[in-house]
Design a protein around this ligand. Structure first.
Ligand SMILES: *[C@@H]1O[C@H](CO)[C@@H](O)[C@H](O)[C@H]1NC(C)=O
Length: 245
């Protein structure tokens, strides 16, 4: 009866014994295996050994050790315990729709293409295609050279969990780019209706243009300021020369 109290209180309860350095805990699990299947478990551990557990599929408590079996017999005789467990299992079941709604959601990867220093001397360059923040985990990132799939000199990381249900992956392509060829990174994911292509821009002209436009603007500004200054000075001198009666 003592253990029963602990179980119904919280998900994880620690039972310390001060005399000996033993400790035990109860673990409540609500496991979902498919949109319609679930199992509600209450497990009792002592010194890391599973003594026994309540399994909602069986509808009773099972002991795995001598002590566990003793406790199981006692708990299974208690109508109150079994009724409470049924209620807990119902609560577990009521979360099924929300859980599977959550699992069916997708998050589209945000993709970045960049170039880094080559790792080997075989090729002059290396491109990295990074996909960030996607869900679910399954993703396919491939490289295309003028529309043809590249298979050699490609290395990829695993899908790395961010710890917030989202994943990231980085694919590396070692390459000696040839002039005029088109290199793309293709991403296939459940969040995308069709594969998405990201083209590599070897000379990001937009950056060059920005500098050119900025410089031209600065020069024009300087010319205008100078012209204004000269005009102002001339005007002032002119006015001074006019005799004032
Ligand atoms: C719960 O009991 C069912 C039926 O015996 C069994 O198939 C399932 O594996 C049990 N679950 C666990 C986690 O032990």
């Amino acid at each position: 009866m003592h253990i029963y109290k602990f179980l119904s209180l919280s998900c994880l309860s620690l039972l310390f014994s001060r005399a000996s350095a033993l400790y035990g805990y109860a673990l409540i699990r609500c496991q979902f295996t498919s949109p319609h299947d679930y199992v509600y478990l209450e497990q009792i551990y002592f010194n890391k050994v599973l003594l026994g557990q309540y399994n909602s599929t069986l509808g009773k408590y099972i002991g795995y050790t001598d002590k566990g079996k003793e406790v199981a017999d006692e708990l299974n005789k208690s109508k109150g315990f079994l009724e409470q467990e049924k209620k807990n299992a119902e609560k577990c079941k009521s979360n099924l729709p929300q859980i599977f709604d959550l699992l069916s959601k997708t998050a589209e990867p945000s993709v970045k293409l960049r170039s880094v220093k080559a790792a080997s001397s075989k090729h002059s360059g290396m491109l990295v295609c990074s996909a960030y923040g996607f869900y679910p985990k399954e993703i396919r990132v491939t490289w295309l050279r003028d529309g043809k799939k590249v298979t050699s000199d490609v290395t990829s990381t695993e899908e790395l969990p961010n710890g917030n249900w989202l994943y990231q992956l980085h694919s590396h392509l070692e390459i000696t780019p040839e002039p005029g060829e088109k290199i793309s990174c293709m991403v296939e994911h459940a969040s995308l209706m069709e594969p998405k292509l990201y083209d590599w821009d070897p000379m990001p002209e937009s950056g060059v243009n920005k500098i050119a436009v900025g410089t031209a603007g600065l020069l024009l500004g300087l010319v205008l300021v100078l012209a204004g200054l000269i005009f102002y000075k001339k005007n002032k001198r002119g006015r001074e020369l006019v005799p004032t009666n």
